[in-house]
Design a protein around this ligand. Structure first.
Ligand code: RIB
Ligand code: CA
Length: 322
């Protein structure tokens, strides 16, 4: 790959993803965002198995009109212990709300594998790249373990994951971190790379309502396909929470990647509980001696939610205005 540079003020971005319904929104949002120079997509196990997340990501790039973006598959399992649970109850057995076959056929797959593709993108760039992991952090941990020399090529990492006040997988653990706590600890606590964490309490507070979803469905054929993918998750949310709304967790992280400063953040030093037991996968704030050696990360605590809703919808609708 030849040296690449982004256009004026564009953000070179790689998304690491486990599609996943909200991942689908995030990927299309990235393709709808003019600030984003989407350099590659890498896939990881998570909501569903790697083969399915990979096929889904390939379909989504085609749906968004970007089948040429290099896409490679990564880790099929966590670093150390087996994945404790998937999320196919929320995302459907096909990972896309039972609607995977309403999307275009999967586009091409890069045979390099996720870590090699990520490393090649970082070697080739002359502008630091933003990494947006919106699934388990296994691929990112592997990249940083195998290629520490490439850290300076990473502008920042914008992670959707973790929870500071209550989990969605256990009472204290968020799904992406719970899938691979060891990888999450390495990335959140052990790597001297600038990092913004977009935690569950922030993303739950950014849930969109039925009116927003209906507006999306009316946006045109691509938006209608995406709205169809969301329906299963919407129904599950009604059952689980008794509300007509959907938390588009991963899309919040991608909008922050495209427009830095969308989210209000506070620096914190963190660690992840990797011990077996009920606390496994919990993100913990550290202070004093407990924080020794950890660099602070910027934890997103708030945003202008109506503005965020409007901006995500506006961007997605441009996909049908091309
Ligand atoms: O906890 C939310 C995260 O887990 C999101 O990335 C969603 O896709 C699920 O994987
Ligand atoms: Ca995800």
């Amino acid at each position: 790959m030849g040296a690449q540079s982004a256009g004026p003020s564009r953000v070179p971005l790689v998304i690491d993803t486990d599609p996943g319904v909200d991942d689908a929104v995030a990927l299309l949002l990235a393709m709808a965002s003019p600030e984003i120079d989407l350099r590659a997509v890498t896939t990881v196990f998570g909501n569903v198995g790697l083969e399915t997340t990979t096929a889904n990501a390939r379909r989504l790039l085609t749906l968004g009109g970007r089948p040429e973006v290099p896409l490679a598959a990564g880790a099929a399992r966590p670093l150390v212990h087996p994945q404790a649970m998937r999320a196919d109850d929320w995302h459907g057995g096909d990972g896309l709300g039972g609607r995977a076959d309403t999307l275009p056929a999967p586009g091409p797959l890069d045979r390099r594998g996720a870590v090699e593709l990520l490393a090649d993108v970082l070697r080739a760039t002359d502008t630091p790249v933003t990494l947006a992991p919106i699934g388990p952090l296994t691929n990112i941990a592997l990249l940083l373990a195998a290629h520490p020399e490439l850290r300076p090529k990473i502008g920042r990492i914008v992670v959707m994951g973790g929870a500071l006040t209550g989990g969605n997988t256990t009472s204290t653990a968020e799904f992406n971190v719970h899938c691979d706590p060891e990888a999450a600890h390495r990335v959140l606590a052990g790597e001297p790379v600038p990092l913004t964490l977009v935690p569950l309490e922030l993303t739950m507070g950014c849930a969109v309502d039925g009116h927003w979803l209906d507006e999306l469905a009316a946006g045109g054929p691509r938006c209608a396909t995406l709205a169809g993918v969301i329906e299963h998750y919407r129904a599950r949310s009604r059952t689980a929470h008794g509300v007509d709304g959907v938390a588009l967790h991963d899309a919040v992280a991608v909008l922050e990647s495209a427009v830095p400063g969308t989210l209000r953040t506070e620096p914190m030093t963190l660690r992840v509980d990797c011990a077996p037991g009920p606390g496994r996968g919990t993100v913990l704030r550290t202070e004093g001696a407990d924080a020794a050696g950890a660099r602070p990360v910027d934890v997103a605590l708030g945003t202008d939610v109506p503005a965020l809703h409007a901006e995500i919808l506006r961007r997605l609708r441009t996909l049908d205005q091309r």
